[in-house]
Write a protein that binds this ligand. Structure first.
Ligand SMILES: *Cc1c(COP(=O)(O)O)cnc(C)c1O
Length: 384
């Protein structure tokens, strides 16, 4: 084997060598291997702790029988159901292998070298990855101040001001991950009017089902007719409990959907995911139980953390951003040793915080028990 006389990083397309790979939550099997712990509680990836709908499981099992066939590349059945549900034409839906894939489709359809995308500081890590992968410049707009009522959340004025002549995409997460903060309908509507029509606004609503009850929260589908540059993204990974199957979609004008469809890999939504997603949509009882559990347990955890002097950011999602202080990495490590997987946020510019996904009552109790042990090690700084 010959040894190349150059560094492969020099061969990479501009920007790629400086990208940080997306850091997923540590899988349970990895923690078991590395730490030799069992009875692991994973509260690191904002998954539905109740699991998938039993109806989705049945539909997936049935679909497995046909896995020697290519999937329906247009996902006709699921498309029809979603079009009806959202009151849009079937041609306004674009499917993705998770909504992550849809974000990438937007980037590949609208970004290129010499163009830029705007997103907020402390926003979802996939936005800069999708942007730079398409060769475009990533512009991070200043987030809200720590004292704001939505601390570290999106500052739409700063985002609008960051749009330049070559900006073609703006990514807005509502609610945002990892902060949990959200934007009200009026502010979003003003933003849509302010952003030039030739800039695609991506409204990422991955946590919509949890956020509906949030004060002033508005979902973006009502603005699609009036704004041909708006792309609303949704996922089956969070409240629908299908993260492992990878299913998401976008709602947009047919023109934007047509362009995204041109760069889409054929069969990006597999046949098992298509079947399970359709069945999950039908199981409104499972969704209701999932959202109720989340609201109840999120409040219980918030209040338990406050009792222990720990501040959480306001959250309309299925996780809490908890301020644990300067030794957050050590605190995270202490949780891992106790079999509790959380998400450190230094990579998101929030080095004093850990993100805690809301689990079942039992899982959340495990988290609180571990927290009380860790408190004795005085790694934690009181923040509230
Ligand atoms: C989890 C998440 C997604 C969804 O990712 P999938 O690819 O659909 O699993 C999208 N946006 C944000 C902000 C998220 O946190």
């Amino acid at each position: 084997m010959s040894v190349p006389g150059f560094d492969f990083c020099d061969l990479a397309a501009p920007g790629i060598a400086d990208l940080q790979p997306y850091q997923p939550g540590k899988p349970e099997s990895e923690l078991a291997r590395e730490y030799g712990v069992s009875d692991i509680v994973k509260l690191a990836s904002n998954e539905n702790p109740l699991g998938p709908s039993p109806r989705a499981l049945d539909a997936a099992r049935e679909a497995l029988e046909g896995m020697h066939r290519y999937p329906d590349g247009s996902a006709h059945a699921l498309r029809t159901v979603l079009a009806e549900r959202h009151g849009v034409a079937p041609a306004q839906i674009t499917f993705g292998n998770g909504s992550n894939d849809v974000l990438d489709l937007v980037a590949r359809a609208f970004l290129s070298p010499g163009r830029s995308a705007v997103f907020s500081q402390h926003a979802f890590a996939v936005y800069p990855i999708a942007t730079v992968s398409a060769g475009a410049d990533a512009i991070a707009a200043r987030a809200n101040d720590p004292g704001h009522e939505q601390p570290y959340g999106h500052n739409l004025d700063a985002m609008a001001a960051a749009v330049t002549g070559n900006t073609r995409v703006v990514f807005v997460a509502n609610p945002n991950n990892p902060t949990g903060t959200w934007l009200g309908g009026e502010a979003l509507e003003r933003f849509l009017h302010r952003v030039p029509d030739d800039v695609v606004v991506v409204l990422d609503e991955a946590y919509l089902e949890y956020a509906r009850a949030g004060e002033g929260y508005a979902d973006g589908t009502g603005w699609i007719d009036g704004h041909r540059n708006l792309v609303v993204t949704r996922t089956f990974s969070k409240s629908f409990g299908l993260a492992g199957l990878r299913a998401g979609y976008a709602l947009s004008s047919p023109e934007v959907a047509d362009l995204m469809n041109r760069v889409r890999h054929p069969f990006n939504l597999n046949s098992v995911a298509q079947a399970a997603a359709g069945a999950a949509l039908d199981d409104t009882g499972h969704m209701e139980r999932s959202v109720d559990l989340n609201a109840r347990e999120r409040e219980r955890l918030r209040s338990a953390l406050a009792d222990r002097g720990l501040r959480t950011l306001p959250s309309a999602a299925n996780f809490l951003c908890v301020e644990v202080g300067a030794r957050a990495a050590d605190v995270n490590e202490a949780f891992l040793r106790r079999g509790v997987i959380l998400r450190p946020l230094a990579g998101y510019g929030l080095p004093r915080f850990l993100r805690l996904s809301i689990g079942t009552e039992r899982e959340n109790d495990r988290f609180l028990a571990a927290l009380d042990e860790i408190r004795d090690e005085s790694l934690l700084e009181r923040s509230a």
